[in-house]
Design a protein around this ligand. Structure first.
Ligand SMILES: *Cc1c(COP(=O)(O)O)cnc(C)c1O
Length: 435
């Protein structure tokens, strides 16, 4: 399978090239040249398979012989080493919990798979692979734990000072080994700008083998399709085979993977994209005008994105046709006040403690059901463990959260972090001095 750029369909690169480039030079995004079609018999019997078996089957349709079966099996067993259960709140509404990985957010699926694919393609003769990543919180933790101890790689994480939660900061700064953390005296946008400039800096590229781990990498998109199939399998086991997925969306990578799964043959009735006040996509779907805006800070901060980076992929999947997009995607946006009220309601009515992103997804699923009553299964995605967002949760409710064991351990680890101003020269000098 080859991959093209959304800006130039004549361009074709191998899977390996797409993974290491991350972004084509023309600034499009890589897409598979054909959407693989899954055997309908496999879908019909999907409830028989484990998440790893499903993952292997799907990954192989994209990767083909670029990674031999045995190696791919090992990558998947190592990367997807945790479950993605659907917990049913009622007979037909379930929450797909994607936070049972080591960083307690769904980004573990993408980051762990990508890190192992990169390690597989790096031979021992290659120079050390330097992964640079800017994070507003969850990406850094997932990438750090994904690459921790992976031979031949080193990760440098940049995060904005004072803008990540305490648990997130501990996840970024207590890894040691091949992971380094830089606290930037600036915003997330500053962090991202520093990383972007590093990739374009000739001198740095002359002495370091730089690569990026951001969410547009094709090796992060593919593993995010796995859990849509696995969620469907769990719904089918309950005797329901029509599904509406609601996805809390920021950069639209997660829902993009769901839409890809649909195009591969997963029988999905509708996708609901639920956003916070950053409503560029809901506005686009209403009026056909794509008008990105600077991001607005909200309670669901992992979705504070004004110009979603994966949206072009979704447009590409639907031939850039607004009518086709609207047929498959419904989108709603919610204020912080609505998000807080939803978190309270989930707690009171269902005894379910959700992170703000998950609560927004639940709101979206309820709104869709209100407008489209009928007999279908509704699955909303829970993208992070609530313990990662203490500021968004009342103290009384927070006390009731059962902290994962790993979080308790984090509190006893020591922070190791370098503080830099948001200036490129300072960052560049650091990279060169600490080669
Ligand atoms: C990254 C993230 C999102 C948004 O996912 P996208 O793929 O960027 O749309 C939602 N919730 C949480 C908790 C996240 O970390």
């Amino acid at each position: 399978m080859k991959f093209y750029s959304t800006n130039n369909k004549a361009l074709r690169v191998s899977f390996k090239e797409a993974v290491f480039n991350s972004l084509p030079a023309d600034k499009g995004l890589y897409m598979p040249e054909v959407i693989p079609q899954l055997d309908p018999y496999f879908i019909k019997n999907i409830q028989q398979y484990s998440i790893q078996e499903i993952a292997f089957r799907i990954a192989q349709t994209f990767i083909e012989d670029d990674i031999p079966s045995d190696a791919l099996k090992n990558i998947i067993e190592d990367a997807i080493s945790f479950n993605a259960p659907v917990k049913f709140l009622s007979a037909d509404t379930g929450v797909l919990e994607l936070f049972h990985g080591p960083s307690y957010a769904f980004k573990d699926f993408g980051a762990r798979f990508m890190s192992r694919v990169m390690a597989y393609f790096s031979t021992s003769d290659d120079a050390l692979l330097d992964v640079l990543v800017a994070t507003s919180g969850d990406t850094g933790g997932a990438v750090a734990s994904g690459f921790l101890g992976v031979e031949g790689t080193r990760v440098t994480i940049l995060y904005p000072k004072g803008k990540v939660s305490e648990i997130q900061e501990l996840q970024l700064t207590t890894n040691g080994r091949n992971i380094r953390a830089i606290e930037v005296d600036g915003t997330f946008d500053d962090c991202q700008a520093l990383v972007k400039r590093a990739f374009n800096d000739q001198e740095l590229n002359g002495c370091l083998r730089l690569t990026s781990a951001n969410s547009i990498n094709i090796a992060r998109l593919i593993p995010q399709t796995f859990y849509y199939f696995y969620a469907y399998a769990q719904l089918k086991a309950q005797g329901i085979d029509r599904v509406v997925f609601t996805v809390p969306s920021g950069n639209f990578g997660n829902i993009g993977a769901g839409l890809l799964a649909y195009k591969m043959g997963l029988p999905v009735e509708q996708f609901v994209a639920a956003t916070n006040a950053n409503d560029t996509v809901p506005r686009f779907l209403r009026n056909g005008l794509y008008e990105p805006k600077p991001s607005i800070q909200t309670l669901a901060n992992a979705m504070d994105v004004g110009d979603p980076s994966n949206w072009v992929r979704i447009r590409d999947l639907f031939e850039n046709n607004l009518e086709n997009l609207n047929r498959m995607i419904t989108s709603y946006s919610y204020t912080d006040k609505q998000t807080k009220a939803a978190m309270e309601q989930l707690h009171h009515t269902y005894h379910y403690i959700a992170c703000p992103h998950t609560a927004i997804a639940w709101l979206g699923s309820q709104a869709y059901r209100g407008e489209h009553p009928g007999s279908y299964g509704s699955i909303f995605l829970s993208t992070a463990h609530p313990c990662k967002f203490p500021d968004a949760i009342s103290e009384e409710v927070f006390k009731k959260i059962k902290l994962p064991e790993g979080v308790e351990q984090l509190q006893h680890k020591t922070k190791d972090v370098v503080v830099l101003p948001a200036e490129f020269d300072a960052f560049k000098n650091y990279l060169i001095a600490n080669k």
